[in-house]
Design a protein around this ligand. Structure first.
Ligand SMILES: [Zn+2]
Length: 98
């Protein structure tokens, strides 16, 4: 499991972004958002304010798969991005109880 330092090339990033767009249009995603919960803070968030977040970002080799995208609120999305610049640990997302 040392694939996290992998940097995708431009074509792969483009492909995953397209896949993300397709996922976002899917019934699966709409059902997830309809629950109205942020994956990270577990707050109730109106479906239309949920954003799609990649647990492992595309830029770090993450894929647009159902197991790697989660609905989250704008606050968490922004916060996660700033964590990423420092020391966000991909793969440590499962028990993040801090
Ligand atoms: Zn949140």
């Amino acid at each position: 499991m040392s694939g996290f330092s992998y940097i995708p090339d431009e074509d792969e990033v483009k492909r995953e972004k397209n896949n993300a767009r397709a996922l976002r249009a899917s019934q699966w995603w709409k059902r997830k958002c309809a629950k109205g919960r942020c994956y990270y803070c577990n707050k109730a968030v109106p479906a239309k304010e949920l954003t799609m977040d990649h647990i492992v970002p595309i830029a770090k080799g993450g894929k647009s798969t159902k197991s790697n995208v989660v609905p989250c609120c704008k606050t968490c999305n922004t916060e996660k991005k700033s964590h990423l610049l420092m020391d966000w640990q991909p793969g440590s997302d499962e028990k993040n109880t801090d």
